[in-house]
Ligand binder design. Structure first.
Ligand SMILES: Cc1ncc(COP(=O)(O)O)c(C=O)c1O
Length: 492
């Protein structure tokens, strides 16, 4: 038998002077005087007063975001209301389980918030089932795979170097250790080789086929993927992390009713907080692979909690709820149309300037460039541009011989530029700025370079001017004239 735990009674110590009692919060009202608004304001005042070191970093980051051209394809800007919801006192609720079936008390309000988020996720994507608790798309993917695949089971997915994601069975991810991953690739033009997908499916008979990518500028043919999955009795998992906004607004075909399960991040294209979603459409009652043939929706509930996560992050769920409300509004669709038009314009302009654009163009938000074709690595291009306030990221491309931290490609995306209200005309300006920087960069090695300081200073000033005329949905920190109270997607 175990010893009973011993309770140690602390010896009397000198009385500690009582901390001054905080002033009571004013009574809740609507609008900016609400209890939550007062709390957020007080929080910032306290942080500024008691931890100026940290507060300064946070302030500088607001300014940095306002004054840089974010062309990182996996980014969107969460607006102030989403950020505020993510900082809500709701965060203090500890509640494992799901609405109405929690393992802790005090979750009544969180239940209501989670139900709202689930309803909004279903409405935004036309889904029959939604789980809003995954802390990220990586954790969503791991939960989904664990529910659909036994250890050592076979999954078929896009190869990492061809644009796939780590969680799709890469050797660098636990998914590559827990399962036997087989990977398909691209054809000579850089398009997904569906014939190869079908051949590998027949040869390896995967239990899960994943359709989704981190670096693929073309439409994913979910119907074709589903036909291949059906030909071998596999579950089709669509990972729309990168293109969720385009899918929600009809700018990319939806996998919701074609895939058995769909996963996504909420921050890449949805203007939401860090986090993930699991969605199911018509297949929500389809039996899972377990002995009891549990319906997929129930299987996914368990896959997240208790199988792979503990407590959800309530304030993140609230922030997802608000982001998903915005996703369903017409302005979001306008932004997504602009995202695609911008990417096409950017791709055309860079192609005309002599860059090798992978697949010869784009059908989504992303443009992939072969930088080795210009005699420089992806990391040199990324860093030279960053010095001028233009954020892009290095990316491995098919048949890449460089290490992942060096890479031969550069990935660009137009989500944030479109949120700033920039259109195709501004994309031609952005392409010209990019070209100016890269043309003025002398390559000294795989990671070393030197950019002409005159060009660097000029482009930095032009980037700042462009940012001022096209402010983020929150432009705080760059002067009152630039502060905009628009939500992401709302354009004047
Ligand atoms: C296709 C795809 N799936 C999943 C993820 C992982 O997303 P998260 O950062 O939410 O874990 C990414 C992110 O890079 C991705 O591109």
């Amino acid at each position: 038998m175990l010893d009973a735990p011993r309770v140690s009674i602390p010896s009397p110590s000198p009385p500690v002077p009582a901390a001054p009692a905080p002033a009571p919060l004013p009574a809740p009202q609507n609008g900016s005087g609400s209890a939550q608004a007062v709390l957020l304001r007080r929080g910032m005042e306290l942080l500024n007063g008691t931890d100026p070191e940290l507060a300064l970093f946070l302030d500088r980051e607001v300014e940095r975001q306002a004054m840089t051209l974010a062309m990182v394809a996996s980014a969107s800007a969460a607006g102030p209301a989403v950020l505020a919801a993510g900082g809500a006192a709701l965060s203090n609720v500890t509640a494992e389980g799901y609405p109405g079936a929690r393992y802790h008390p005090g979750a009544e309000r969180f239940d209501a918030v989670e139900r709202l988020a689930v309803d909004r996720a279903k409405r935004a994507f036309g889904a029959r089932y939604a789980n809003v608790q995954p802390h990220s798309c990586s954790s969503a993917n791991q939960a989904v795979l664990a529910a659909l695949l036994p250890p050592g089971g076979v999954l078929l997915a896009l190869d990492l170097d061809s644009g796939g994601h780590l969680t799709h069975g890469s050797a660098a991810s636990v998914t590559g250790h827990h399962y036997r991953a087989v990977h398909y690739g691209l054809d000579d033009q850089g398009f997904i080789d569906y014939d190869q997908v079908a051949e590998l499916a027949l040869a390896h008979r995967p239990k899960v086929l994943i359709a989704g990518a981190s670096a693929y500028p073309r439409i994913l043919d979910f119907a074709r993927f589903r036909a291949i999955a059906d030909s071998v009795g596999a579950y089709l998992v669509a990972d729309i992390s990168h293109i969720a906004g385009l899918v929600a607004s009809g700018e990319h075909p939806s996998p919701i009713d074609l895939a058995h399960v769909t996963t996504t991040s909420t921050y890449k294209q949805l203007g939401g907080p860090r986090g993930g979603l699991i969605l199911i459409g018509e297949e929500h009652l389809t039996p899972g692979p377990d002995a009891r043939r549990t319906p997929l929706s129930r299987l996914m509930q368990r896959a997240v909690f208790p199988q792979s996560q503990g407590t959800p992050s309530p304030a993140s769920v609230a922030a997802k709820a608000h982001a998903l409300k915005l996703v369903a509004e017409p302005a979001f669709g306008d932004t997504m149309r602009l995202v695609r038009a911008d990417a096409a314009a950017l791709s055309d302009a860079l192609g005309e300037a002599g860059y090798r654009v992978l697949t010869g163009g784009t059908e989504n938000h992303m443009v992939l460039l072969d930088m080795l074709d210009r005699g420089m690595t992806g990391v040199v291009a990324e860093r030279a541009l960053e010095e001028c306030g233009i954020l892009t990221n290095r990316n491995r491309i098919p048949k890449d011989t460089k290490a992942p931290l060096v890479a031969s490609g550069l990935r660009l995306g137009t989500n944030v530029l479109a949120q700033r209200g920039m259109g195709p005309d501004q994309m031609r300006v952005c392409a010209a700025l990019l070209h100016d920087v890269l043309s003025a960069t002398t390559v000294l090695g795989d990671t070393e370079f030197r950019t002409d300081p005159v060009v660097r200073d000029r482009v930095t000033a032009e980037v700042a001017a462009l940012c001022r005329t096209h402010p983020l949905p929150f432009g705080a920190g760059v002067g009152a004239a630039d502060v905009s109270d628009r939500e992401p997607g709302e354009r004047s």
